[in-house]
Each structure stands twice: as C-alpha cells, then as structure tokens.
Design a protein around this ligand. Sequence first.
Ligand code: ATP
Ligand code: MG
Length: 347
Amino acid sequence: MSSEKPILSVRNLQIAYQTGKNSRVVAADDISFDLYPGQSMALVGESGCGKTTLGLGLLRLLPKLGRIPQGEAIFRLKDGREVDIMKLNEKELREFRWTEAAMVFQGAMNAFNPVIKIGAHFADTLRDHSAKRLSRRDIEKRATELLHRVRLDPQRVLNSYPHELSGGMKQRALIALALALDPQVLVLDEPTTALDLLTQRGIVEQLHDLRQEFGFTMIFVTHDLGLAAEMADRVSTMYAGRIIETGNAEDIFYNPKHPYTAGLINAVLPVQGDIRNLSSIPGSPPGLDSLPKGCTFNPRCDYATGECRSGIPSLETLVERGQGLSHTVRCLHSEQVEFRGRMNADA
Ligand SMILES: Nc1ncnc2c1ncn2[C@@H]1O[C@H](COP(=O)(O)OP(=O)(O)OP(=O)(O)O)[C@@H](O)[C@H]1O
Ligand SMILES: [Mg+2]
C-alpha cells in the first residue's frame, strides 16, 4: 500500500478564523501527519473539533475569514514535483484543485448550485480545470462514464436539477464530479451523514470500489467511528483543534492510548454489546475561546495530574513503524490508559 515518499506531509499547520477586528479563534493547531499514496485516513472527533476546518484548510478552501498563520502541507504532484499547498498562488491553486486533490463537501444537499443542472456542473468543472481543451462531446462522454461508475443513470442525472435527485444520488454525483479530473487525493467531509442506513451502505461500498479502480488516496472526515473502522487504514482523533492520536485503524480501535480516543470508542454501541456497558465522557468539549490550560482534555480526564495542567503535551511516537504507519499520541499518561475492548464486541 505505501511507497517510499508521502503524497502529503503536513507540519505544524495552524488554522484560525478572524472573529473581530482584533480577535480570532484557532480552530486547528499544530497539525502534523504524513499520508502515503493509497492510504485512507479518517479524521474523527466530536462536533466542532475542527475536522471540516482542517479538510478545507488543506485545499485552501476556507471561508473568507479563515486564515492559515503557520505551517506547511507538502504535496507530491503527479509529475513528481513537491509543492507547499500553503504557498500556492491563485493560478497554481486553480491548477491544483480537482486535478491533484478534490473535495466532496459536508452536506450533499447543498453542495450543488440549486439552479444549475448536474450536467452543467460537470461541464463547468471539466472545462475550467482540464489541461486539454475539451469538446462538448468529450465532456458528455467523461460525465457519462463517471456517473456509470457510481451506478447512476447518466442521462437522467445529467439532465436533472439537484432538487430532482435523492440525497444518496446527489452524494454519488458529487463523488463522481470530484473524480472528474482523476485527482490523486480525495477529501470527503462526512460522506454518509444525513443519509439513511441502506444508502450509507451503498456509498461505502461504492467508495471501496472506486478506490480499487482509481487508486486515489483518501482523507475522510466523520464522527461515525463504525465508518472509520470500516473504511480507514489510518485514523486521527481530533480534540479542540488538535490531533491527539494517530495510528493504524487497529491501533485506534483495539489499543487506543489517548483517554479521549478510548472514551469515544467506549461510547459506541458494539454490534453484539449490552447497552448498559456503554459509557459517555463526562463534560463537554471546551469552547475555542476558552481552552483550558495545558492538555485541553484535562478537565474531563480520569488520568489528569498537575503536570497535565501546565503544558500541552506534544505528539509522541509510541510505536515507530516508518512509512507513515506509526502510532502517535499526545498524552503524558498514555501507558496507563486501559481499554476495555469495546470494538471487539467482547465487553
Ligand atoms: N467561519 C467561521 N468563523 C468562525 N468560527 C468558525 C467558522 N467556521 C467554523 N468555526 C469554528 O471552528 C470550530 C471548528 O469547526 P468545524 O466546522 O471545523 O468543526 P467540525 O469538527 O467539522 O464539526 P462538525 O462535526 O459539526 O461538522 C468550531 O468551533 C466552529 O465554531
Ligand atoms: Mg464538519
């Protein structure tokens, strides 16, 4: 699965939103990770922890008040050159998006322009971003091929307005559109949220097949741990804007070493579990404008000591496996964290 060099190497990335003339909130901080070609990485964590912000920031798609004061994201282009996404100018960004990395936005319901037919969305994207000049026939051929791949009826979909499609159809059409220019990296923000269970299943299977077929590297944002367990090779847990643990899916689900990750997993109902065994994490995540001192999780943590209140722990490597496969955690007491094996359904 992995090759020698990462396709994306993020270091100390910080993303903030300007909230007033002299005020801002930092929504993602000190983000570092490596992603290798073909890997599928899940970003998990509670609502508001900064998942969407990070996904958008990586493609420089932040809303107007979003800022990236620090950090770099080195991306290896199709031609082998390495660029820092954070340093691309507008023209370079236009060439980068869609052809090198594409995003499927959170909320399929609103991601299409409601007054434009799906066919015109494909035409605009392919015309604006393709290196080659494409004829109408080329565009129609490509759109048809892509919609077939996501098991939609191309003629019907291309001639429809977004509101004429179901949520699941829209999500499939969005995925097809994101793949139009064969990007190396696909960022999907909550690809199955707000869809019914059977439709979710269909999308998951579809993504699995598309990955086999197109071979893209994937970052997907979700608060659904089951989805992460099923689709990810790598999982990063976020809490209050920071990645607090990263590992292979097995590390995270069977041997989590951050108390927050362990708490999240213990709050999920296993397939054959007893609901009485479920536990929640006491308290709620802090507001970004009033983060606790030290480790931001310390007020909710059973393991917290005085040390945890004095400094923010750095992301330490617990198991070094190289090639972007290591297990890292941001906790001073990770060796004490005991996990009851909830994902094993044996609790
Ligand atoms: N345009 C904005 N201006 C100011 N703050 C923002 C803006 N967008 C997001 N935020 C803040 O940044 C933080 C992270 O938000 P973000 O949407 O990235 O979280 P998330 O993890 O994707 O949540 P969810 O699971 O609900 O989608 C939140 O506290 C949010 O209030
Ligand atoms: Mg979000």
